[in-house]
Design a protein around this ligand. Sequence first.
Ligand SMILES: [Zn+2]
Ligand SMILES: [Zn+2]
Length: 444
Amino acid sequence: MVLTKKGDLVEEERELLTNVSQGNVEEVERLLKLKNVRINCLDEHGMSPLMHAAYKGRANVCEVLLKHAADVNVNEHEHGYTTLMFAGLSGNKKITRMMLDAGAKTDMVNSVGRTAAQMAAFVGQHECVTIINNYFPRERLEYYTHPQGLETEPKLPPELADQLHRILLATNLNPVKLVQLVQADSALQDPSALTRCVRVLNSVSEHGMKEAEPCETLAIRSHYLGCILNRCCLHLQEKGSLTTLIKGFLKGREGDGFPLMQERFIRDAIKRFPRPEAGLLQQLVRTIAPIEMGHEPTALSVLTQAVTGQVGMLDAEVCATCGEYGALCRCSACKRVVYCGTSCQKLHWFTHKLLCASLNAERLREQEHNLHKNAGLEAVEKKEDVGKTVIIDPVDEPNAVKEESDGKTKENQENQNTRESTGSDTLAGTRAEEISQKVVDGFG
Ligand SMILES: [Zn+2]
Ligand SMILES: [Zn+2]
């Protein structure tokens, strides 16, 4: 391969870099066909086209460049930044995964000794940090797709490797989300396929503990995923579908809606980790054991933080159903729970409807209290800010989302919320009445 020199670019290569940055996929494809355009050409700072695309968050362009065999580990940047570092800095999860899939090395450091994960953490891109730290290369599953030793058949049928890899890359350990992942995959709706995946996960877990430098996070994470898949397998054998398992994980206990079965399942899965000497396991047990069921932190949050390194994002809303970050839909009746969308809201409604009215009453009481306590501007600021999220109405399962009965459009509603959050007391009063009406409607 001809070594490319920094800044030594022909006209078309400069054109390529411009189009890469602007995200003009078609132009990029056209230019890459030209003989004098080199896929790994470098600009004055030692940045390749792929680095530019990653930094600018141009996922489509990254795809095209990788298809043309762009080198993901070019390391000529003036400050030692790698393509993966640029992906992490951009905060684009898809691109970060794409670079890892293309073989990006995670342990390379830049001129100030930072890895890609550390760079991403430095600029607050925590989701990218989690993706990098929890990456499991697809090749490591290849081993299981060939018979080893005396085996007559491989542990993992090759056609299940992609499915299992997707599960292994999951960074959201919420049991509901994981069961949903299984449910969404037709190849995994078969108990015997799940049994084989569980066996591989247990083996990955065992290997994690046997390595020269035991990787306890990988060991515990794959053991936990194995527990989830095993539970799915048993449930499928018994009920033929996973819907009731998901509902079981969501069902809140009487009084406070705490999902007891979910908590018990996670605590039990942790306890069943077969290597009691593991330091991380002991730390987990020590943290969780004294916590009473229903108190914070939950076993899920302790486990997530310990094995994925994910730190709670203070300003991020978490879906009450599946635990995904960035949930933007708020229950219109109580405004106390958020969801990723109506499908998650519908799933949760069977249990949330038992609490929705009392949550709303509590919210209104707090609002009232704040109004009395703090006069003027301060009171307005203290009111719950609901302007940022889309409001969705409670749904009566199993029907679709309730239609707006009074013909009010979402836009109107959003305007109203904005007015409320910046707004006048009289408006807030009207809104409260509307909400109580909606709670009534919601119960149908
Ligand atoms: Zn969700
Ligand atoms: Zn509600």
